[in-house]
Write a protein of this length. Structure first.
Length: 185
């Protein structure tokens, strides 16, 4: 596994980095390919400690973050537990869906084989689209889309960006600001 570390308002010592590597390797090493890239960010917000871990798989990204009042070690423990569940869920869903979709059969071959006990809830991991909602995409700029988002009281809004001519998504972030998703080719 290839690790990269960043820190903000926090002095990430070698011991905290080694602790993160050891935890991730011990709990996720057998679930992930050897050549996977993992980014770990240590952030201090006031008295709170935040750890963000992003796993860059071949075609997917798995990400988790934890804010902890105690210390970075506890935050690392929590984020690894979350990632472990996410990776297992991803592998179980991929296995179930790959039986129907030949494109996903190649993706599942890239993951290591393990003997994990499947949880009952994860065993029934069929993804089912319950509702399809057609709507007209209006050309507008991102500021107009943010206003529409607020008026509709939704968490995201799909629109045709009048500046670029591409479909974009604007969404409300946890801190109250907005995010814009643009396609990248």
């Amino acid at each position: 596994m290839n690790y990269s570390f960043t820190s903000k308002n926090f002095d990430a010592t070698d011991s905290i980095k080694n602790f993160a590597i050891e935890k991730i390797d011990r709990h996720l090493g057998r679930l992930l390919p050897d050549n996977v890239n993992i980014t770990v960010a240590f952030i201090e917000i006031g008295f709170k400690k935040k750890v963000e871990v992003t796993i860059h798989l071949n075609k997917r990204i798995i990400r988790a973050e934890v804010i902890n009042n105690e210390d970075m070690h506890a935050a690392i423990d929590e984020v690894v537990d979350i990632l472990k569940k996410q990776v297992r869920r991803y592998k179980n869903r991929l296995e179930a869906i790959s039986k129907k979709n030949s494109k996903l059969k190649e993706e599942i071959k890239l993951l290591p084989v393990d003997n994990i006990e499947l949880l009952e809830a994860e065993n029934s991991s069929n993804i089912e689209i319950e509702r399809i909602k057609p709507f007209a995409i209006k050309p507008m700029d991102p500021e107009e889309a943010a206003m529409e988002l607020e008026l509709l009281a939704h968490s995201f809004y799909v629109f045709l960006n009048s500046d670029t001519g591409e479909v974009n998504v604007i969404y409300k972030r946890r801190n109250g600001s907005y995010g814009l998703i643009e396609p990248k080719y």
